[in-house]
Design a protein around this ligand. Structure first.
Ligand code: 5IU
Length: 274
């Protein structure tokens, strides 16, 4: 099979063609910072999250949050992570995994104690409920210049997002158009088949780690090279492999740089630059 067209282009050239402001900004950051690394900051107090972000911020194109695990989530936290995102030049991705009918997700996205749409540039949704989930989220997100990923595949063992389900996720994204849906959470180039002229989805991939094959709860890890070079994905998402490394502040910084370099080398290799 010939390589997917998106995998043979530079992030910079892809940035130019995107109409969605978040996708455009993200691809620009990736090129500027030579980083396709997203750090997933799954720690449970605001100060811990911000500490990790300050340590890894220089090395990443994106920071991924789970706002519902932060015990002291507040407006002050939002202000500070937003300030860091401007200062250190990264996108904020709230990994909310919306999964309800359009009306409900609209409320979950805009309201409640987290008001996710007000601070998170990018979020994601399960395609399970059908296209209404996209139109609901788009009604809130599009006026703010936000972007959405659909979960087409997952990294965990024996998950059900495979085959027909994955293909339907891709079809749903194509039908929605590029205004709001900019890509997928997936383990591979799920948009390989039936690509439409001019389309360019971002494929973002969790389950990346250099130290272990997985955890006791079904997570499965691959290396940055396997994800970016072998599978043609665009962004590597790394959590415990970076913030969980033992050895203090410097070690976390070093580890983030190590993943950034490996991810970037795999991207250059896929472009045939080395
Ligand atoms: N995450 C996955 N797999 C998935 C999806 C999301 O691991 O299929 I969708 C999230 C869960 C966690 C992060 O927030 O990505 C991975 O963290 P670790 O690198 O610590 O395993």
């Amino acid at each position: 099979m010939s390589p997917h067209p998106s995998t043979t282009k530079t992030y910079a050239s892809r940035a130019e063609l995107h109409s969605n402001p978040t996708a455009k900004r993200l691809l620009g950051i990736m090129e500027r910072k030579q980083s396709n690394l997203c750090v997933s900051v799954d720690v449970t107090t605001a100060e811990e999250v911000l500490e990790v972000v300050r340590r890894v911020g220089k090395s990443v194109c994106m920071v991924k949050t789970h706002c519902d695990i932060i015990s002291d989530f507040s407006k002050a936290f939002v202000d500070e992570i937003t300030r860091l995102s401007d200062e250190m030049d990264f996108i904020i991705f709230e990994d909310r995994k919306f999964a309800d009918i359009g009306n409900t997700v609209t409320l979950q996205y805009a309201s409640g104690s987290h008001t996710i749409a007000s601070w998170s540039h990018l979020t994601n949704a399960h395609p399970l409920p059908g296209p209404g989930i996209i139109s609901g989220l788009a009604s809130v997100g599009v006026p703010l210049g936000r972007a959405l990923l659909l979960l087409a595949e997952m990294s965990s063992k024996d998950n059900l997002a495979t085959g027909h389900y994955t293909r339907e996720a891709v079809r749903m994204a194509r039908e929605a158009g590029p205004e709001f849906v900019v890509g997928f959470i997936a383990m591979s180039r799920v948009d390989q088949e039936g690509a439409k002229e001019g389309e360019d989805f971002l494929v973002m991939t969790p389950g990346v780690g250099l130290h272990s094959a997985g955890d006791k709860m079904g997570q499965q890890y691959r290396t940055p090279r396997e994800v970016v070079y072998d599978s043609g994905c665009d962004v590597i998402i790394v959590g415990r492999g970076i913030y969980g490394i033992k050895g203090g502040e410097e070690k976390v910084k070093e580890e983030a740089e190590r993943y950034r370099k490996e991810g970037w080398a795999a991207y250059e290799e896929r472009l045939g630059r080395k």
